[in-house]
Design a protein around this ligand. Structure first.
Ligand SMILES: NC(=O)c1ccc[n+]([C@@H]2O[C@H](COP(=O)([O-])OP(=O)(O)OC[C@H]3O[C@@H](n4cnc5c(N)ncnc54)[C@H](OP(=O)(O)O)[C@@H]3O)[C@@H](O)[C@H]2O)c1
Length: 203
């Protein structure tokens, strides 16, 4: 095709549930306890008004956020989150492709839709966005989010702010270098027990 417009491309948006004191896990997060000690309280918003344990879909404004997340066309996930989550058996939702930045790809990858990317975060984002087309890409992982922010390739942040004080664990923005990253608050949704905050990252 010549002379045509580039097809519209989706955004890459970090999606995390965070405590009021900034933690995305409690202490000792590992394969046996993905969100660490007491960390499951961060994900309790998924159960709000949900009487169908098969779907995880909460009701009210949280349900709208859930639908938005499930409409994403690819997932980019840090290697730690991916491994701790049991690699989701190769499918996070609806069989969309999963892109995992890593320095040490596994020798065997049994999952057709899982792509390990060793050429850095910007290349990983490029591949995920290309795969998602005009849909957004969901990003998971604190370290990985910081890598994307530092590289200037993160477009947005969707936080589920939970009324929880964990006091210890893994903080979302811990250790971020003090360069100026400017955010714009573009949406707030108040659900029972959860504040949904959406920021655009200014490039
Ligand atoms: N609260 C929530 O909503 C929520 C959501 C998701 C995850 N979590 C939790 O968050 C924790 C994981 O977060 P995390 O910050 O520790 O780790 P992470 O971001 O999930 O993964 C970090 C790893 O990803 C790879 N990576 C990231 N950027 C890279 C780059 N630029 N180049 C090469 N490799 C790169 C590296 O893997 P290699 O070491 O292989 O190189 C790095 O060690 C887990 O406990 C998970 O359960 C919480």
């Amino acid at each position: 095709m010549t002379g045509g417009k580039e097809p519209p491309m989706g955004k890459i948006v970090l999606d995390m549930s965070m405590s009021l004191d900034g933690f995305i896990t409690g202490p000792e997060d590992d394969e046996s306890n993905g969100l660490g000690v007491d960390g499951e309280r961060l994900h309790a918003w998924l159960a709000e008004g949900n009487d169908d344990p098969q779907t995880y879909r909460p009701s009210g404004p949280s349900g709208d956020i859930f639908d938005e997340l499930m409409a994403t066309g690819a997932v980019l996930v840090g290697r730690r989150t991916f491994d701790i989550a049991g690699r989701w058996n190769g499918d996070h939702h609806d069989g969309v492709p999963i892109f995992v930045p890593t320095h040490r790809p596994p020798a065997d990858n049994p999952f057709e839709r899982v792509h390990y990317v060793t050429e850095g975060i910007a290349e990983c984002v490029r591949q995920a966005k290309a795969a998602a087309g005009d849909r957004d890409v969901m990003l998971h992982g604190a370290y990985t989010a910081q890598e994307a922010l530092k590289a200037g390739v993160l477009d947005g942040i969707e936080l589920q702010l939970r009324p929880v004080l964990l006091g210890q664990g893994r903080r979302l923005f811990d250790g971020l270098s003090p360069e100026h990253i400017e955010l714009e608050l573009v949406r707030t949704l108040e659900a029972q027990g959860t504040l949904h905050l959406r920021y655009d990252v200014r490039h």
